[in-house]
Design a protein around this ligand. Structure first.
Ligand code: 0RA
Length: 642
């Protein structure tokens, strides 16, 4: 192979210092070096292709996870420009890959400005954080190639052949000295690409995973765009009207919205700015919500649908059962909030609000039966809210009398500092007792729960407040529920569900997670919810320290390790734990509660959409999708609740 000497000019030295900074502080550029950051590497590259699609030149993006964790991303766009910059003497393509923040600013008025990416840092950061990158461009009648190692150019852009086609193919190997893992999660990537395909009408995105024994693949292509998205989200729900309502307007701020009401009691609105999921909402969402409230109230009044003359439907009444996706494109988005996923541009509220007012107002006038079906639901939500308020006041008054607002069953910890405090929600009587005795009472609180939990998928807020199972959870966490929920008030930084590893345990776990998902979602988003992992087995022998195993693989490993020490299988006593109740307080502490030894699984919202689907399928009214889901996932029940 030919060797390319690369001469470094003044600009290039700056470049190297720039990329060196990225390698020194990767978290600042890619968010983190965990699997999250690893996935962001892929998104950064794919986002560039999506930009090319938004500019109208790319119709298909193909992503491959190759056997050795190499990622390949290929598009059929115009190809990254290859011309040489007269001053720097390097190609535009190499510039994009070596100069920090070169991505979006390149090329001025190319109509290429609405760039995505959560961190929007672009290809040069991916390059800096990769062991190697190879880029192949087809453009202007030629095939070009360039190669990099840890951000440094190994082979500058070189014409290696002819081609009549156009497009860009990038292959990279993320640097395993920077990332904690290179083990891409196929499902996470698949979900993100499905979402991207929904958000970019007509674009085909395909993904292949060649790592396992049986390759996985998926292809997404939705001519319906957001309409398809809402249909997908609602596929297992009972709809109040047949087709999603669709609103689209180009202009200074292009806005696209689809919405459909279902008989469910929850609100499911997803908002995006430049294809980035704005988890914390912001001005675009605000504009949408205000318009919904105003338009439905105006319509209801004009058509005498409200019984009491002065009655006003509240925003939350109007959003009960809604599934909506709001997507806007903004030239210079300002992101705020804890996770920088809240849109701050203040002019956007008015723009979205007035266009939704107009379009939705017209739609309701033209579709009176749909309007009526939705408003009937809003009015009954309003009544339920009134009932809930009364129930809540009752609870508040009661607790004011009781001097403490904490539930009686709670064995609280002595520390009052939420950062160090944890509450274990424990199923069952005896386990609760052991946990109380075994805990470190300085920072560990125990809340035992008994019996069958209320299924929140089938209940409204008024029932939740009055429910004797959930009320202690609400009071213990201490931050309210629903739109009242205030994460700054939580009394424990870790809310840990501790249940048996059997069917009943899975049931209570899923029910509690459903409850948190619906009524304390920020708690999950903020990473405060955990699952305790009690051991499945204990190996014991006289004179030997007990060995606890948390999985079947763990057990195999322990047998092997002990055999190496000369202790054979038949010398060992094996206890299989059927429930937490079988452990004494010391064992429970040692295996499941002691921060030094325990395993906690953090419940993440990597994909709220997926979680919602699982909860709906598992908890909803429709039996058929639930049966299908359980059959399909029976093998993976371990992951069922994450
Ligand atoms: C034409 C002009 C510009 C970029 C591209 C094509 C292009 C970039 C990528 C990245 C991945 N695939 C691509 N396909 C095409 C520059 C325009 C600008 O940056 O403003």
């Amino acid at each position: 192979m030919e060797k390319f000497e690369h001469e470094y000019k003044a600009e290039q030295i700056q470049v190297l210092e720039g990329l060196e900074a990225v390698r020194k502080r990767p978290g600042m550029y890619i968010g983190s070096t965990s699997i999250r950051g690893l996935h962001h590497m892929v998104y950064e590259i794919v986002d560039n292709c999506v930009d090319e699609a938004l500019a109208g030149y790319c119709t298909h993006i193909h992503i491959i996870i190759e056997k050795d964790n190499v990622i390949s991303v290929e598009d059929d766009g115009r190809g990254i420009p290859v011309d040489i910059h007269p001053k720097t003497k390097i190609s535009a393509a190499e510039t994009v890959y070596t100069v920090l923040h070169a991505g979006g600013k390149f090329g001025g008025d190319s109509g290429y400005k609405v760039s995505g990416g959560l961190h929007g840092v672009g290809a040069s950061v991916v390059n800096a954080l990769s062991t190697w990158v190879e880029v192949i461009i087809q453009r202007d009648g030629g095939i070009y190639r360039m190669k990099f190692e840890k951000g440094k150019t190994i082979e500058p852009l070189t014409r290696i052949g002819d081609s009549k086609q156009t497009g860009t193919k990038v292959r990279f190997l993320a640097d395993d000295t920077i990332f904690e893992t290179l083990d891409y999660d196929y499902e996470t990537l698949e979900n993100r690409f499905r979402e991207m395909a929904f958000l970019t009408k007509g674009l085909k995105i395909s993904i292949e995973d060649l790592r396992g024994e049986t390759p996985k693949s998926a292809e997404f292509h939705f001519e319906g765009g957001l309409i398809s998205f809402v249909e997908y989200l609602n596929k297992n729900k009972e709809k109040l009207h047949k087709d999603p309502i669709y609103i689209e307007k180009d202009g200074e701020v292009p806005v696209e919205i689809a919405l459909q009401y279902t008989s469910s009691y929850s609100e499911n609105i997803y908002s995006f700015v430049n294809n980035i999921n704005t988890i914390e909402g912001g001005t675009h969402l605000e504009g949408f919500k205000r318009a919904l409230t105003k338009t439905f109230n105006d319509y209801a009044k004009a058509h005498n649908l409200l019984k009491e003359k002065d009655m006003n439907l509240q925003g939350e009444d109007i959003r009960e059962g809604i599934t909506a996706v709001v997507s806007v494109k903004i030239k210079e988005p300002q992101f705020e909030g804890q996770t920088k996923t809240k849109l701050g541009n203040s002019n956007v509220t008015g723009i979205v609000q007035s266009m939704v007012n107009d379009a939705l107002g017209n739609f309701l006038e033209e579709n009176p039966s749909v309007a009526k079906a939705i408003l009937e639901k809003c009015i009954s939500a309003s009544r339920a809210r009134e009932a809930a308020r009364k129930a809540r006041e009752l609870v508040r008054r009661k607790s004011a009398l009781e001097t403490t607002t904490l539930p009686g069953k709670l064995a609280d910890c002595s520390s009052k500092n939420p950062d160090e405090c944890e509450v274990y929600i424990v199923e069952g009587d005896s386990a609760g007792g052991s946990a109380k005795q075994g805990r470190d009472r300085k920072f560990q609180a125990i809340l035992p729960l008994w019996g069958k939990m209320l299924n929140v998928e089938k209940a409204r807020a008024d029932k939740i407040y009055g429910n004797d199972k959930l009320n202690p959870v609400i009071l213990a966490v201490g931050a309210g529920i629903g739109s009242d929920f205030d994460i700054s008030k939580i009394r424990y930084g870790k809310v840990i569900i501790m249940a048996d590893a059997d069917v009943d345990g899975a049931h209570i776990r899923t029910l509690l997670l459903t409850f948190f998902f619906r009524y304390m979602r920020p708690l999950i988003e903020n990473g405060n919810v955990y699952l305790a992992q009690p051991p499945l087995y204990k190996l014991s022998k006289k004179g030997m320290k007990d060995v606890y195993c948390y999985t079947d693989e763990d057990l195999d490993r322990a047998y092997k390790e002990l055999a190496e020490k000369g202790i054979e299988r038949d010398q060992l006593g094996l206890q299989r734990y059927k429930g937490l109740g079988e452990m004494n307080p010391e064992q429970l502490w040692e295996t499941t509660m002691d921060p030094a030894n325990r395993i906690l699984v953090k419940v993440t919202m990597e994909d709220a959409i997926k979680a919602d689907e699982i909860f709906t399928v598992l908890m909803g009214d429709d039996i058929e999708p639930r049966r299908e889901f359980i059959e399909k996932n029976a093998k993976y029940v371990k992951n069922l609740d994450i």
